[in-house]
Design a protein around this ligand. Structure first.
Ligand code: SF4
Ligand code: SF4
Length: 341
């Protein structure tokens, strides 16, 4: 598709859909917002500060309401939407969320109404280097509707779903290749670096790394909000007993917040018992979630290397440096055990 044809394609999309796309705001920050003018679209290697989970898994979502004994499920009411310009890293994050929320009716209702148009533009923060170079065979394990592989004079177009094909047919574009989705898990499994981080977390624990982070982290939870694959939420109820009505909602939560592991009931020492009291425990738990529990549960990496957590952290905690420290501790301990025979 030439650049000119692509412009026409955006015009066609704008006529029929709500488009969410990366755009710079007046302060010069790249954010995801509704696209109203094709000239505002940013299609480049920089990642927006916010991630697509804002739209797939809204920060606050009503689940059901009741009146008397009658209960009504409140599925999200959204128009058809197009995510335009999803970086290949964020496509990987969405593919993971699709697995996590595979049986969640609220998530699935939004997914049903969403077209994902990805791009091969690889951000500099891509510190695992898995997507350093775009290769066609990586697409079969990602869930998308259309994909734009950037070329000098325009884009090579791939479709990844029937919805994507229908969209191109309606626009009257035929020169595309279809990729059959082969499931999220690659035949070769997790990439080597991810396997090493997991091994280091499980078998080569260096307490100093977590003690250092314990001193620096202020438990603000910003990293969990910025992360495209952090998906923890809590539920809360609102009731009006006079009218016998109410509703239940869910909203994002963070493992850095004190209430996250607080449990009801007395414990001998503290009436408000929590499972994680120390900052170091919380940050370790966060890393464990990304690098051990998610790969164990879904056979997928729990971190896509987007660097948003680093960009947003007020304490300058850099995930790339932490990973380097975790890997060097493993290397050091492996060397020592080899020397010790
Ligand atoms: S780099 Fe940070 S923000 Fe990005 S996926 Fe990994 S943990 Fe989440
Ligand atoms: S953003 Fe930084 S300071 Fe805040 S909770 Fe995350 S690691 Fe800690």
């Amino acid at each position: 598709m030439t650049k000119n044809q692509f412009k026409q394609f955006i015009g066609f999309l704008l006529k029929h859909n709500l488009i969410i796309a990366p755009q710079y705001n007046a302060e010069g920050y790249l954010h995801l917002n509704e696209l109203k003018d094709s000239n505002d679209l940013y299609l480049g290697t920089e990642l927006p500060l916010d991630s697509w989970k804002w739209y797939m898994l809204p920060p606050d979502q009503k689940m059901f309401e009741y009146k008397g004994e009658k209960l009504k499920e409140t599925l999200p009411q959204i128009p058809k939407q197009v995510f335009l310009g999803v970086s290949i890293l964020d496509m990987q994050a969405l593919t993971l969320l699709n697995q996590v929320f595979e049986k969640d009716p609220y998530y699935q209702e939004i997914k049903k109404k969403t077209i994902v148009i990805g791009t091969s533009l690889v951000p500099e923060e891509n510190f695992y280097q898995f997507f350093e170079k775009f290769e066609e065979n990586k697409l079969e394990h990602l869930q998308f509707d259309l994909f734009l592989a950037v070329q000098k004079s325009g884009y090579k177009i791939y479709s990844g779903s029937e919805d994507g094909q229908r969209l191109l047919d309606k626009f009257g574009y035929k020169n595309y290749q279809h990729i059959e989705y082969a499931g999220p898990i690659r035949e070769e499994g997790l990439d080597r670096q991810m396997v090493e981080i997991k091994d280091a977390m499980q078998n080569y624990h260096e307490q100093k790394i977590w003690d250092d982070l314990d001193k620096r982290c202020i438990q603000c939870g910003k990293c969990t909000i910025a992360c495209p694959v952090c998906f923890c939420f809590r539920m809360y109820d609102q009731a009006d007993s006079a009218k016998d009505t109410g509703y239940r909602s869910r909203c994002w939560d963070s493992c850095f917040y004190n209430e996250f592991t607080q449990v009801a009931g007395d414990s001998p020492k503290d009436s408000k018992h929590r499972f994680m009291n120390k900052t170091g425990e919380k940050i370790y738990f966060w890393y464990e979630h990304h690098f051990v529990r998610t790969p164990d549960t879904f056979s997928l990496p729990g971190c896509v290397g987007c660097g948003r957590c680093t960009r947003t952290c007020p304490a300058d905690i850099d995930i790339k440096k932490t990973i380097q420290n975790i890997l060097s501790a493993r290397k050091k301990m492996l060397k020592k055990s080899k020397n010790d025979g």
